[in-house]
Write a protein that binds this ligand. Structure first.
Ligand code: HEM
Length: 469
């Protein structure tokens, strides 16, 4: 990897009190930008070894993060020491490509167009309901239900409010237990305690009906394939292996939710009722992917497309609440909405970090990241690197082109970037046409935070007043 110009610090931030970066530190989670400045301020921190962990390294400069995203050979997405991986996004090479190629056409702009009228109706209804309230919550009443309802429409899954909220609870349970995407899970023990193991086994016995259903849907070979995906590779000594740890206390709920979701998707594949599901079934019939991979691909899209877009929508609406002058401007110039969204993606990067594992010793300038280390790529920090964009942390959507790494780069580039942008644009357009402005409810502090351990950056619950025309 090449050299880079010396980093600058954003004048808005103070970095004097910072002495280390800790992903779980409350201040870093609420306002990460001074920490990004601190990382950039000293060239010795170009490759930053996390002090709380043995073998975790942080890349934060734009050029380093971009090149690591692009270099799948040295920076592998396979971060868990299993023989195979549950989700295609955590695989490399053909195993990753085969599933990606099947999913890709579903999210092409031209395909999205065919269903867009039905999506628009959902968005308009949700916004109307949100705007009708005098007192509403940006997350609960708008951002959380919207993306999941639209993903359910795409896959023809039941999408009334109750079904969508059940799906949301399931995905939350899975996320809390495993949080593999963007998570670090630092300082958790590698192995479950006796009590935690006992609870996991007991919950499996109590939920044996879900296990039997899975067996029925997948058959013996499917279950064997599933086992390979979750079983740790025997050659790896797990106690020595650096890896993001699951949350064993949350596992009984997470495993049950995962089994329920897989069974629901399997039943849906069998019913074969939407064009997207028919497309996946065709790929299974043609043996491009296995039935299990088809089920896991749909499950993954539900997580990957949901939580991330919730953050984008809520960050955009929150910013318009903090800045009524921008709300006013977009009312006069709706053609600027797409630019505004790009700047929200850049500054309030919805997923602040992603993980990779080095497959070899990697040299960056005078630093060496050893083979087998976990590398935390920080698009949140890269997006405000002044060596890449002189605006740094200054919010400015009056320019083109606007670039950022919020959707990644290279082989794993986000499959749903079009969809996320379109849902958000349609939502903002409708809000802006319906109301005069939005303000915070008195006495309600508004606070952004990096959610749980998984790097999602968004508003905590935030109640607002909607001022109608
Ligand atoms: C604002 C919303 C979103 C953001 C910020 C986002 C961000 C990202 C990023 C950074 C990656 C690359 C991960 C990596 O390199 O390890 C990614 C991958 C992915 N995203 Fe998104 N995403 C968003 C919305 C969506 C939506 C709506 C969908 C579904 C339709 C989706 C589906 C996926 C999938 C399937 C992958 C894995 C691609 C692969 O590994 O080949 N995302 N996303």
């Amino acid at each position: 990897m090449g050299g880079q110009t010396s980093p600058k610090v954003c004048p808005m931030h103070r970095v004097d009190d910072i002495s280390e970066v800790d992903m779980l530190d409350a201040q870093m989670r609420a306002r990460p930008w001074p920490f990004y400045d601190w990382l950039r301020a000293d060239p010795k921190r170009r490759v930053y070894k996390l002090p709380q962990e043995d073998n975790f390294y942080v890349l934060h400069r734009y050029e380093d993060v971009r090149l690591a995203f692009l270099d799948a050979k040295q920076f592998s997405s396979k971060i868990i020491p299993t023989k195979d991986s549950l989700f295609f996004a955590l695989m490399d090479g053909d195993a990753h490509r085969s599933v990606r190629q099947v999913l890709q056409p579903i999210f092409l702009s031209t395909r999205l167009d065919t269903l867009w009228d039905t999506h628009r109706v959902v968005i308009e209804k949700a916004v109307d309901k949100f705007c009708e309230q005098l007192d509403a919550d940006i997350l609960d009443d708008l951002a959380i239900p919207l993306p999941l309802t639209i993903l359910c429409q795409i896959f023809g899954l039941p999408n009334n409010q109750e079904d969508v909220m059940r799906l949301y609870e399931q995905s939350l349970a899975i996320n809390k237990a495993f949080f593999v995407v963007g998570g670090t899970g630092p300082r958790r023990p590698l192995n479950p305690t006796f009590d935690e193991k006992f609870r996991i086994v007991l919950s499996q016995l109590c939920n044996s009906i879900q296990v039997l259903k899975l067996l029925k849907h997948l058959g013996r070979s499917g279950i064997q394939q599933l086992w390979r995906k979750i079983r740790v590779d025997g050659r790896k000594n797990i106690t020595k292996f650096t890896m993001p740890r699951p949350n064993y206390a949350e596992m009984p709920a997470g495993i049950l939710a995962f089994e329920q979701l897989c069974n629901q998707i399997a039943e849906h594949l069998e019913a074969n009722q939407s064009p997207a599901i028919q497309h996946i079934n065709d790929a299974i019939l043609l043996r491009k992917i296995s039935k299990l991979d088809g089920i896991l691909a749909v499950a993954f899209v539900l997580f990957a497309g949901h939580e991330t877009t919730v953050s984008l929508i809520s960050n955009a609406v929150s910013h318009l609440t903090i800045h009524p002058e921008i709300f006013e401007r977009l009312k006069r110039r709706p053609d600027l909405i797409s630019n505004f969204i790009e700047e929200i993606l850049r500054i309030y990067t919805p997923v602040t970090r992603f993980l990779r594992r080095t497959t070899t010793d990697v040299r960056i300038e005078d630093f060496t990241i050893p083979k087998g280390a976990v590398v935390i790529l920080m698009p949140g920090a890269a997006n405000v690197d002044r060596a890449f964009d002189e605006q740094g942390c200054t919010f400015n959507f009056d320019r083109k082109p606007m670039r950022h790494l919020s959707f990644g780069q290279g082989q794993h580039y986000c499959l749903g970037s079009n969809l996320a942008r379109r849902i958000t644009e349609e939502t903002l357009r409708h809000i802006i046409s319906k109301i005069e402005y939005i303000s915070f409810q008195h006495n309600e502090p508004h606070r952004f935070v990096t959610d749980r351990d998984n790097g999602l950056y968004r508003m905590e619950h935030c109640r607002v007043k909607l001022h109608k025309k």
